[in-house]
Design a protein around this ligand. Structure first.
Ligand SMILES: Cc1cc2nc3c(=O)[nH]c(=O)nc-3n(C[C@H](O)[C@H](O)[C@H](O)COP(=O)(O)OP(=O)(O)OC[C@H]3O[C@@H](n4cnc5c(N)ncnc54)[C@H](O)[C@@H]3O)c2cc1C
Length: 445
């Protein structure tokens, strides 16, 4: 491949059989064959890659671990995939600064474990945390069950090392939560899905690790009873660190075909609640919570030890993979509505006859709405169903994506339904930062 010949500090793949795995992520989409895949190992590689991309007119598609659900890391026409899995750097904690620096290639599980080993907590916890890379979580602004209390990845980033179109790596931000010298440039890269540049490392914010957890299984007889609970708990000062749920259809699938632990799950529908503040294991705390929950708490089960707690979370974490195994052509969305509008959302899904099953992050209104029969549905009808879903979320003051991002999968819907001023502003920033459109072309905007 002439255009990449002699690239320093790089492994290059161009054999079609080596490129094949790069045509997929965890969305339902498939990319086109890229010109090549490169694995850079140093700044000289990136500088030269950017120079040649601008000269030869090809795009650069960043890729972390490929667990994304929006097709963001899939190659489009005339692109080179930049696989950052061997990008160098040793993660390190600064206890005094309550911070941790790590390269984009660091597996998220190692970042979280390194923080934990020193008594700290890095809260972002996408359910793919055992397989995704830090860079991917930064580029998608990943969230997870803990976002309910701790917010998204962007709330835990102090500074970002980013490759810009000048071919150099620049650091935006400092190792302190206080930094107000102009708008926060580093934040522009968080959730940018690789369209403004490549993220090569970041300094993350840490907090002292929680010392106690109360983890509850809340089965209910009437699943709509769950829908007002997140708002009620918050209004009364009980902020769960996670509030997840399975609707009756998802719970029935798990019970019928899931692993052993899932077969014993109780209720018509089920919520998992977790609290992690100091005192949350006390009787006073639990009594207050039970009072607040009222009759809905009839079947409440409390995890009695860490093994039980991990068992509950294992079932939750495998739900996405399990549903995909059983419905390989399903489409999974991740819309959000404010938690005060959850009841209206489900009423809207029913009245619009959207054939959806749902689970996910009820505590912050981020719902994994799955169309299990998408593969067998007429494409035009599927589009109507998806647009109906997105419009409903928007009408209720929500949005199309709470955590997976726009990528390729939701680009058309985002451009059709998104706020025109927002899209125009994003395009203006893109033109300013990447005038030749080399970074992840054809994605998001
Ligand atoms: C079972 C399962 C559960 C999941 N649960 C959640 C969840 O709870 N919450 C959630 O938010 N997501 C979830 N996801 C989606 C996904 O895991 C996350 O979005 C994750 O953050 C992606 O990381 P990755 O390294 O795999 O990124 P990739 O899939 O490789 O890339 C994702 C996007 O980021 C860009 N990108 C990657 N690395 C960089 C970089 N260094 N610089 C610039 N751009 C880059 C890519 O171009 C692409 O647009 C889940 C996925 C699976 C398969």
């Amino acid at each position: 491949m002439d255009i990449l010949k002699g690239l320093p500090e790089t492994t290059i793949l161009w054999d079609p059989s080596d490129l094949e795995p790069y045509l997929r992520d965890e969305s339902h989409l498939r990319g086109v064959l890229p010109l090549a895949v490169v694995k850079p190992r140093g700044p000289a590689a990136l500088r030269e890659l950017v120079r040649r991309a601008k000269l030869e007119g090809f795009g650069l598609v960043p890729r972390g671990a490929g667990t994304g659900k929006a097709g963001g890391c899939l190659p489009t026409e005339r692109t080179v995939v930049v696989d950052l899995s061997v990008w160098p750097g040793e993660p390190r904690v600064s206890p005094q600064d309550l911070s941790l620096w790590a390269p984009a290639s660091a597996p998220l599980r190692e970042v979280k474990a390194l923080a934990a080993a020193q008594g700290f907590f890095y809260p972002p916890d996408p359910n793919s945390w055992e397989s995704c890379a830090l860079g991917g979580t930064l580029a998608t602004n990943a969230g997870g069950p803990n976002a309910c209390k701790y917010g998204m990845t962007r709330h835990w980033v102090l500074s970002v090392d980013a490759l810009l179109e000048d071919g150099d790596i620049h650091t935006f931000g400092i190792s302190s939560v206080k930094a107000n010298a102009g708008p926060a440039m580093g934040q522009l890269f968080i959730g940018s899905e690789g369209i403004f540049g490549l993220i090569l490392g970041a300094t993350l914010r840490l907090t002292p690790a929680p010392r106690e957890y109360t983890t509850l299984l809340l089965p209910v007889k009437h699943w709509e009873d769950l829908l007002d609970l997140p708002g009620r708990l918050c209004a009364e000062g009980y902020l769960p660190s996670a509030f997840e749920f399975f609707d009756p259809a998802v719970l029935a699938e798990l019970r019928a075909h899931g692993p052993e632990e899932a077969r014993r799950l109780p209720g018509e529908a089920l919520a998992i609640l977790e609290f992690d503040e100091r005192g949350c294991t006390s009787e006073v705390f639990l009594e207050g919570l039970l009072d607040l929950l009222g009759p809905v708490a009839e079947g409440l089960q409390v995890a009695s030890d860490e093994r039980q707690r991990q068992g509950i979370w294992a079932v939750r974490r495998m739900t996405s993979v399990f549903l995909k195994e059983h419905h390989p052509r399903k489409v999974s969305e991740d819309i959000v509505v404010p938690r005060s509008r959850l009841r209206e959302f489900f009423a809207g899904v029913e009245s619009r006859r959207i054939p959806a099953v749902t689970y996910g992050h009820l505590g912050d209104g981020n719902l994994h709405v799955n169309l299990l029969a998408a593969g067998e549905t007429d494409p035009a009808q599927l589009e109507v169903q998806l647009l109906g879903l997105f419009k409903l979320a928007l009408e209720l003051g929500g949005t199309l994506s709470g955590e997976h991002g726009i990528g390729l999968a939701k680009r058309d819907a985002f451009l059709a339904l998104g706020d025109p001023a927002h899209i125009q502003a994003l395009r203006a920033i893109k033109r300013a930062l990447d005038p030749q459109n080399i970074f992840n072309p054809g994605k998001v905007i």
